[in-house]
Design a binder for this molecule. Sequence first.
Ligand code: ZN
Ligand code: ZN
Length: 122
Amino acid sequence: MAEELTGGCFCGALAYRARRGESRTVAHCHCGMCRKLTGGSFATWVEVPFEGFAFTRGEPRRLRSSPFAERCFCGDCGCHISFRYHGEREEITAALWLTAGSLDRPQDLVPTDVIFAAEKLP
Ligand SMILES: [Zn+2]
Ligand SMILES: [Zn+2]
């Protein structure tokens, strides 16, 4: 797979590029926040290094979805783009999580993890 990932929102107002990095984590998240924020039964997140990520078109709306996390989405079409932890611990702030569905080529990715499985819908 290419080391560079590209993607964007539904309406085209936002585009981004990211490095694939060393992690191959692609996680289906069943938490209630992802459900409400994406409107889907679950969200699929792709881990990339925060360093190397950039919006190449447009400026996202930012949502502090909890005291320790920020999410970016398109203010025009509402497409959910990213999630990032905030805090002191470099090992968690070094990562950015991208919605698999916002990538140009999500078919290149292989899911590796299921998280918040206890909140999974029946
Ligand atoms: Zn959009
Ligand atoms: Zn979640």
